[in-house]
Design a protein around this ligand. Sequence first.
Ligand SMILES: [Zn+2]
Length: 288
Amino acid sequence: MFFRPDDLVLRGAAGRPPVTVRWLGTAGFEITCEDHVVLLDPYVTRASLTRCITSPLAPDLGAIGRYISRADAVIVGHTHFDHALDVPAIAKRTGARVFGSRSAAALCHAAGVPEARVDMVERAPGQTPIVRELGPFRLRFVPSAHSRFALGRVPFPGDIDDCDAVPVRAEGYRCGAVFRVEIEVAGRTIVHLGSAELLPDEPAPRHVDLLLLCVAGWRSGVDLPERVMRAVSPAAVLLSHWDDFFRPLHAPVRALPAVGLGPLAERLTRASRDVRVGALPLLGDLFL
Ligand SMILES: [Zn+2]
């Protein structure tokens, strides 16, 4: 299932600056180009299941120090704890700008991230998505959807609109608005789907080199693999959010129960014969 390192160069990069995509576990990625670093849904605290159930969640500053060296931007695809918990602490430590929903802005505000560094990019479906430029990166925040994997429902739905203080418990991290993030950098196009669902009427870029696809919950949407391939038609798919994120990053990776990596990869490949589908080891790099 894992790409081998020499399989990971997706295109000849002659004359173009290299782009590195590192998987941080869950839907978390670090994308680096020309000294600029963009983080997507970074969640390195990986609190144990017991902690998630029994107590308010706080970011693990030691883990953040170990795994996040720098960032210019932090993008929050939605505000469940396994996407958003670490974001304010990372923003404060690195000085990065945060891009996300009203809920993400509320979390940052409660945690003391300076307002000037929080960019609320939420728009209703059908409205023109917000675009931001940052160094070599062009970021587009397209309204998307969350998978309904909790007995046919989105877990912890609604917004975080009144969060006077953090930490809050896991269920306080309500979903908020969900984004599909489109990233253009040095001639490549990368799309991040942090939850295994999408909206039907939001057109994708014409050519997508790499789709960063959340696996957890993919079976809860009808024909998700086929819909994703029709809507995004990427040249390659990197599967993410299939790992057991109640285990720390330094522990050997283990898949979530019944996550169905193999069947998903098969369906994606059947939907588009030319697509390359794979996954990285925890903290593994892919070079574009
Ligand atoms: Zn979620």
